[in-house]
Design a protein around this ligand. Structure first.
Ligand SMILES: C[S@@+](CC[C@H](N)C(=O)[O-])C[C@H]1O[C@@H](n2cnc3c(N)ncnc32)[C@H](O)[C@@H]1O
Length: 232
């Protein structure tokens, strides 16, 4: 097997062929400004073990280092913010887990290298928690979470939106299917594109543009970024 595949069966069943580093870097270069912006949000719908997400996180952390390396408090806050902006969906549970671990290890090692000491346990737990909510095992075609046999469950894929307010993180959860539908910017009169009547409770209308907007399905009070796991 090449380093880009794990088994012929997995290639046949899931089209699992990982992208080589050279291509990953070349593609990220096409959107280098966004990759370097700490809070620009990226979602990879078939993220595998995280080749693209790891490259993007690494570029964001390079920006955090450039701007905040002389102040460990700011470095930590913005390094956590970088993690909150990275999202993935992957149908195979082992890949999703590998991806979370890889992003965590990258974050943790970079922290130790820049701050010349390990991050404290609470912050590391917060980063692990954020990754557990941002990298999900699901089907990017049906937009549903899947079980260990890659079968759809009845849980839609839900992602948190994280916003940094000083040292606090505000979390609002959104359904991915609703966000993708309003991403096409339908106007209020086109509400019939939503087959499920129930979906309309997650929608509102922008009073100025009349465009439909996704509403959160859940909101959490802002908490210190080291304590996000206590909210969940
Ligand atoms: C061609 S690989 C690419 C992986 C990664 N994006 C990369 O470039 O290295 C496609 C990945 O999508 C996953 N996959 C296949 N069908 C999927 C689906 N319906 N929803 C989510 N992930 C899926 C596979 O398990 C595999 O890891």
């Amino acid at each position: 097997m090449s380093p880009q595949t794990k088994s012929k069966q997995r290639v046949r069943d899931h089209g699992e062929v990982f992208t080589a580093e050279r291509e990953v870097k070349a593609m990220c270069d096409l959107v280098h400004d966004e990759c370097e912006r700490i809070d620009s949000r990226f979602l990879e719908p078939a993220c595998g073990n995280g080749n693209f997400l790891a490259e993007i996180l690494s570029r964001k952390l390079a920006t955090v280092k450039k701007l905040y390396k002389s102040n460990p408090y700011d470095y930590e806050r913005y390094a956590v913010l970088a993690v909150t902006s990275i999202y993935g969906v992957e149908i195979l549970a082992d890949n999703a887990e590998e991806c979370r671990k890889r992003l965590f290890d990258l974050w943790d090692m970079e922290y130790s290298a820049v701050c010349k000491k390990a991050a404290n346990d609470e912050t590391r737990e917060a980063v692990r928690y954020i990754l557990s909510k941002n990298i999900l095992c699901g089907n990017a075609l049906t937009l549903m979470c899947v079980d260990e046999n890659q079968k759809d469950t009845d849980e839609p894929i839900v992602f948190p939106e994280w916003s940094l307010l000083g040292t606090k993180l505000k979390r609002r959860d959104f359904r991915l299917d609703i966000m993708l539908k309003v991403g096409d910017k339908p106007k209020a009169g086109q509400i019939s594109i939503f087959e499920e009547e129930d979906d309309s409770k997650y929608l509102s209308v922008n009073p100025v543009t009349k465009e439909l907007m996704a509403e959160p399905i859940r909101e959490y009070p802002p908490v210190h970024y080291r304590k996000v796991q206590e909210n969940g």
